[in-house]
Design a protein around this ligand. Structure first.
Ligand code: ZN
Length: 349
């Protein structure tokens, strides 16, 4: 009997130890795990809950000299959120920034922000309802140790998830590191290009991002263009001098190019601010609380805004014109006769 009791007690201890281990089975660096579990308790959400989402800058930041991709597996195992389900989201930040993990409840719009340095963590509970974020003081006081800018990044990115924005939009937001009216306009420009100027076999896009702004990160993601492949050309041009009587804001110059034919089709593209309304009232210099509210109103309409894509000018492109347009130092709008000045002397810095 005594022996039997001992076996029983041993079995119980084994069971308790097993239950105490994270169900992920991770034994190394699970230091962030208690913070994640506490956050789930605060949000009253279990693993795999349909309203649970995770946003993190893991993969993009480093802790000391270590990269942070292993935290993605830990978060996935603890929360049940995955890339495939669209509820494990990332955002790009400078490598030296702290590791941030934000757990959010889609229905209550409550969130817990965990800041982790590899040894120690700190959690902050944030309510992200309209009535909370419309307070100008929110961005100064909401997150101890974080700048208003970083708080804006987190709030705007979660707003896109709350609004159930398309996954490819969330990918644009990941690269850009926040959601602003600019990244929404870039997304709409790129979607408009893909719909109206679909590539035929043997064709490729070249986009001249001019002026270069937030929008261009979305264009890069949606059209698959990069400066390294020389199909996304970045030109900081001041376009105020372009005669433009409509409410269209020019976002760049597209070349749909066929190398085998040695010719292409050019389009000056833009977005119709009149059709959007709210964006025209929101500039980069507006307070963050107003910017977040404008972003939220725009995100609610992202799926219905396909008609805001606008074609300003179309023109045939020869090999010679293509070379001139992409050349460093040339102003594409002067070359196309849309603005006065010398084509190679109007690029501003
Ligand atoms: Zn931006």
């Amino acid at each position: 009997m005594k022996n039997g009791n001992r076996v029983c007690a041993y079995a119980m201890i084994c069971l308790i130890v097993l239950l105490a281990l994270p169900d992920s089975g991770f034994s190394q660096d699970a230091g962030i795990a208690p913070f994640v579990r506490d956050a789930m308790k605060v949000l009253a959400l279990e693993r795999d809950a349909k309203d649970l989402g995770v946003l993190t800058n893991a993969r993009h930041v480093r802790l000391g000299d270590k990269t942070t991709e292993q935290y993605v597996d830990i978060l996935q195992a603890l929360t049940g959120c995955t890339i495939g389900k669209g509820n494990l989201l990332f955002f790009n930040e400078r490598p030296k920034n702290s590791l941030l993990v934000i757990l959010a409840h889609r229905r209550t719009m409550q969130s817990v922000v965990i800041r982790y340095d590899g040894n120690q963590g700190k959690s902050t509970v944030l309510s992200l309802k309209d009535e909370d974020v419309e307070d100008p003081a929110f961005f100064l006081n909401a997150m101890p140790g974080a700048s208003g800018k970083q708080t804006f990044h987190i709030v705007s990115l979660l707003s896109a998830w709350f609004a159930e924005a398309p996954y490819e939009f969330l990918q644009c937001a990941e690269l850009h590191g926040h959601v602003c009216p600019g990244v929404i306009l870039g997304y709409l420009t790129a979607k408009g290009i893909a719909a109206q100027y679909a590539l035929l076999p043997g064709e490729q896009y070249i986009f001249i991002a001019s002026p270069n702004e937030c929008k261009d990160d979305a264009i890069q993601v949606i059209l698959g263009l990069t400066p390294g492949k020389r199909n996304l050309i970045v030109k900081p041009v001041d376009i105020k001098k372009i005669k433009n009587t409509s409410e269209t804001m020019i976002t760049g110059v597209l070349i749909k190019w066929s190398e085998s034919k040695g010719k292409g089709h050019g389009v000056v593209v833009g977005v119709d601010l009149g059709a959007i309304g709210a964006v025209s009232e929101i500039g980069q210099d507006k307070p963050r609380n107003l910017k977040v509210l404008a972003v939220r109103r725009l995100l609610e309409r992202v799926a219905d805004l396909s008609d805001v894509f606008s074609v300003v000018k179309e023109f045939p492109v020869t090999r010679e014109l293509k070379e001139q347009l992409v050349n460093a130092g040339t102003n594409p709008y002067v070359l196309l006769g849309m603005m006065p000045g010398a084509a190679n002397a109007s690029v501003t810095h």
